[in-house]
Design a protein around this ligand. Structure first.
Ligand SMILES: Nc1nc2c(ncn2[C@@H]2O[C@H](COP(=O)(O)OP(=O)(O)OP(=O)(O)O)[C@@H](O)[C@H]2O)c(=O)[nH]1
Length: 368
């Protein structure tokens, strides 16, 4: 059936396909596989040529590529997820010998009765399948059917189909390795962003921590300088918190810290505002605003909101409930201002304001 000429043109085509596959992307690989099975189908004058891939556990297989001669029906859609129980003879032979060569399906043994029925359903008289083996692993197989006519597969046919199988197996393996690399890269990225989130979150309250505040300060001061906008910082410290812990215990202290953090976060809802735990029982709020007055108004809202939490603090010399003191500072950073010294000035001034608020009786704001 195979003349010397079409023998040579098939070899040439295979060699061209292999060259394309060496540098191909995923979509091109699929095209090359489709072309390779079509070429083999035409070369042996077959009716159907196809690729099946096994599941990872090797207990089922699915038809992934199919070429059919004009006028014949395609079967790819009903050949999905076929299990080992359905075709035990075929699975066994393929797993053990990596091939399944049947010149006449009528000669199949009794053990292959399921296979015989399936071949009858598809009007297949002769069939050849060669395993796709890469790195000693059977990934699937490439096969060819003769429909309504018997055919004796020659050694040459088998040798050529084996070349096609090698080519497809190597492409599939390369694609799988590539996909694994992409999956690993995605997992690493996810793990990194989780680590990043953990490194910048306070473990107790869940709001950003001091490290996140430092990063945000750098970012915001640079932005304020660039855009000529103002920046305010508030330092908020719980009053007589040692007495609170001594009275109610450390766990209740933790609870109160969480409540205060949630409350501050809820009041500062603007995306440009930033709330962080600055340390122990101290919090910081960064407000991007052009007016000191607006920042002061926010500070008042925070003071009131904490009071309204009404967390009992019976041993506080200030009030019988939990209160905070707030120190604030506003600045319009000059375009030529040094970033590090601007940050120090913001913190130092807010800190002095806080010191003053404590000295002036607590539960109040001192804005500089
Ligand atoms: N429960 C709990 N307590 C904390 C935590 N971090 C810091 N503290 C406590 O906060 C208290 C702070 O006490 P001080 O610095 O003396 O200040 P204060 O009692 O709040 O008094 P003033 O700030 O002057 O009003 C200490 O007792 C710390 O143990 C924490 O994560 N959980």
């Amino acid at each position: 059936m195979c003349t010397h000429n079409n023998h040579r043109s098939f070899d040439q085509l295979l060699s061209q396909l292999s060259t394309r596959l060496i540098n191909s992307e995923s979509a091109e690989t699929q095209d090359c596989i489709a072309e390779a099975i079509a070429a083999f189908g035409s070369y042996v004058d077959a009716d159907r040529c196809y690729v099946f891939e096994f599941s990872d556990t090797m207990t089922s297989m699915s038809n992934t590529h199919e070429w059919v001669r004009d006028g014949l029906s395609a079967h790819i859609d009903d050949l999905q997820g076929i299990t080992e129980e359905e075709l035990p003879y075929f699975f066994n032979l393929m797993k053990n010998t990596f091939r399944f060569i049947v010149h006449d399906v009528r000669t199949l043994p009794e053990a292959a009765r399921n296979e015989k029925l399936e071949f009858e359903r598809e009007d297949i008289c002769s069939v050849v399948c060669i395993g796709l083996v890469a790195n000693q692993k059977l990934l699937g197989f490439v096969g060819c059917d003769m429909v309504h006519k018997r055919y004796h597969w020659t050694d040459d046919d088998v040798r050529h189909l084996s070349l096609v199988a090698d080519m497809i197996a190597n492409s599939l393996e390369r694609q799988r390795t590539y996909q694994q690399l992409i999956d690993t890269q995605r997992q690493l990225k996810e793990a990194n962003s989780k680590l990043q989130a953990l490194a910048t979150r306070d473990g107790l309250t869940g709001i950003p921590n001091r490290r996140a505040l430092d990063e945000k300060l750098l970012e915001e001061v640079r932005r304020a300088k660039r855009q000529g906008t103002g920046l305010a910082i508030l330092l908020i410290d719980i009053d007589h918190f040692k007495a609170f812990n001594d009275t109610y215990g450390h766990l209740k202290g933790d609870e109160a810290l969480k409540q205060v953090a949630t409350c501050l976060d809820a009041v500062m809802q603007r995306s440009t505002d930033f709330v962080a735990r600055y340390g122990g029982e101290e919090f910081a709020v960064l407000i991007s605003t052009d007016s000191a007055w607006q920042a002061l108004r926010k500070a008042n809202e925070l003071l009131d909101a904490i009071e309204q939490l009404s967390i009992e603090h019976k041993n506080s010399p200030t009030e019988p409930y939990l209160t905070v003191s707030i120190g604030g500072y506003f600045e319009l950073p000059q375009p030529d201002a040094e970033v590090a010294s601007t940050i120090s000035r913001l913190i130092d001034n807010a800190d002095q304001g806080l010191y003053q608020a404590k000295a002036d009786g607590r539960n109040c704001i001192r804005f500089r």
